[in-house]
Design a protein around this ligand. Structure first.
Ligand SMILES: NC(=O)c1ccc[n+]([C@@H]2O[C@H](COP(=O)([O-])OP(=O)(O)OC[C@H]3O[C@@H](n4cnc5c(N)ncnc54)[C@H](OP(=O)(O)O)[C@@H]3O)[C@@H](O)[C@H]2O)c1
Length: 251
């Protein structure tokens, strides 16, 4: 445990729900946290190309908690397509009531990053109880794609950040400007590498599941070289699953 983490427990202590929530509380400033899961041999998905086959119940508890604590889930379009992302709707009961009492939305928004400006099909429809959807894209997507996205999501829900490529720093600034400072990046590997390379990663939550997968699945960050050191914040073991928080040095 790292003393710098508010609410950190001491080694050997068992964490209940509220203690876990304190441990993962966002600081009181804009903050970009990523949450990823990996097998022991570094695969970021099961051999079927999805994370559902490597998740564990302990990982699901933290995955849900991190969504509930966030204002917005930033996700690559590739992941949204592969994992069948829908409008976020995990925040229930006390957590939903608390969010509303704090002047936040009942559910986190989903901000999909797509350089080509394509809204993943399952996020294109209306949702009555789920959170909203934003598209983060760039001018190079082209006028027809931008027009289509605006028709699908609404004029002010398409954030054009950058000319030739998506400027992720501008995207994060735009999300904060919209009143969404607690950002949770759920990958995928390409987006995570880009976020880290841009110097935007405050924290990596990494779940290590007790499985050696083999196969050819990619690592949790792939593509743009990032070379960002992180320091350990929290390490929790739960039924063989290791839940970790890694922080930006000095952050
Ligand atoms: N282990 C984990 O925690 C975890 C988390 C998430 C995903 N995954 C796995 O990762 C795999 C998906 O990988 P992926 O490489 O497709 O992930 P990804 O990073 O979600 O998707 C790449 C696509 O997202 C868009 N994108 C991402 N970063 C962008 C950027 N900086 N600028 C512009 N567009 C950007 C582009 O979409 P357009 O083509 O629309 O331009 C790109 O083709 C799946 O198997 C999934 O299960 C694992």
């Amino acid at each position: 445990m790292n003393d710098a983490v508010p609410g950190a427990a001491s080694p050997g202590r068992t964490l209940d729900g509220p203690a876990l929530e304190r441990l993962y509380a966002y600081p009181d400033r804009p903050w970009l946290r990523a949450n990823m899961v990996s097998t022991l041999d570094g695969a970021a998905a099961g051999n079927d190309g999805r994370t559902g086959t490597i998740n564990t119940p302990s990982d699901l508890v933290v995955f849900t908690l991190l969504r509930d604590l966030a204002d917005v889930i930033l996700v690559g379009a590739g992941t949204a397509r592969a994992e069948g992302y829908r409008h976020a709707d995990t925040r229930t009961g006390d957590r939903a009531r608390r969010a509303v009492a704090e002047g936040r939305a009942a559910q986190p928004e989903i901000a999909v990053v797509s350089g080509t400006g394509r809204v993943p099909p399952l996020l294109a429809g209306e949702s009555h109880s789920g959170g909203g959807v934003l598209l983060v894209t760039c001018e190079a997507a082209g006028a027809p794609a931008l027009e289509r996205a605006r028709r699908t999501l609404g004029e002010d829900r398409v954030l054009v950040c950058g000319e030739h490529t998506v400027d992720l720093a501008a995207a994060v600034a735009a999300l904060v400007e919209r009143g969404l400072p607690r950002i949770l990046c759920e990958g995928g590997p390409r987006l995570l590498a880009d976020v880290a390379a841009a110097g935007l990663l405050d924290e990596l939550c990494l779940t290590l599941v007790p499985l050696l997968a083999g196969g050819t699945e990619q690592r949790i960050a792939v593509g743009t070289p990032a070379d960002r050191p992180l320091v350990p914040g929290v390490i929790i073991e739960s039924e063989g699953t290791v839940l970790q928080r890694w922080l930006r040095p000095g952050g």
